[in-house]
Design a protein around this ligand. Sequence first.
Ligand SMILES: NC(=O)c1ccc[n+]([C@@H]2O[C@H](COP(=O)([O-])OP(=O)(O)OC[C@H]3O[C@@H](n4cnc5c(N)ncnc54)[C@H](OP(=O)(O)O)[C@@H]3O)[C@@H](O)[C@H]2O)c1
Length: 249
Amino acid sequence: MKKALLTGFSSGIGFAYAKHLANNGWHLDLVSQNKERSLSALEDLNYDHCSVHSCNLSSSDELHNLMKEISTPDLLIANAGIGINGSVGKNSSRDIQDATYLMFGGVIGLIEYFLPKMKEKNSGRVVIISSIGALIPMPKSSIYAAIKSGIYAYGRSLNEELENTNVSVTVSLPGYVRTNIHQRSGLEHLTRKIPNWMWVSADKVVTETEKASIKGKSRIIPGFLYRITSIFFNLKITKIIWKTLNARK
Ligand SMILES: NC(=O)c1ccc[n+]([C@@H]2O[C@H](COP(=O)([O-])OP(=O)(O)OC[C@H]3O[C@@H](n4cnc5c(N)ncnc54)[C@H](OP(=O)(O)O)[C@@H]3O)[C@@H](O)[C@H]2O)c1
């Protein structure tokens, strides 16, 4: 059985990824931090071929322990994340540090640990769930945008470095997806404000990301609308419309 390591499996995009891989017969190493949410997700997943690991991925000690527990996967999906937001100066240095480690430093640590082993086998895939916010300004979510841009730069550089090997790194840049993230980060108003046509389903994110990863592509923007719109991201008018639709409180 092929083995996948998936972080942040307990809800949203991660849970959709777990379902997709279970339907395709993968063995899953599933990681999240909250035991209750993890158990409930496991029950919904209803799949025998998996191991669950409880780990706070904002902690380097916990991440290092986790890496020792898991053998090299055939597919690594760095998905876990939070929606850190707020105008400049509003986030504590602790919150900034935790979010940065969770979605940037720790992701790099995980990939630097497993990817050389994939290279030795000349086989393996890595998927990083970044965000469309890596490509366009996100006022009052500047830390989130910076983290997601940084991890995008890392992933796409690696993908080129791995050219001519059988190992790939694909960065997925989703727009709005209905998950727990907005409520958890105090952005619930966006779930009412953002028009329906701007939402992409978690299942679509997963199927399009997997397709791109299997082809070895360096990046994928899930959803036709976002792919087309992203071509015009550098235009002032696009930035104004985006800023109006996305306005944080
Ligand atoms: N939803 C969107 O609109 C959107 C758009 C672009 C990109 N993304 C990205 O997609 C990824 C998944 O987010 P989602 O929207 O699916 O959110 P979600 O439903 O809130 O799921 C987040 C997942 O990450 C895990 N997680 C959070 N903090 C963690 C920590 N410190 N240690 C271990 N696990 C942790 C959560 O586990 P626990 O339940 O145990 O905390 C949960 O499984 C994130 O990287 C996010 O930035 C989301």
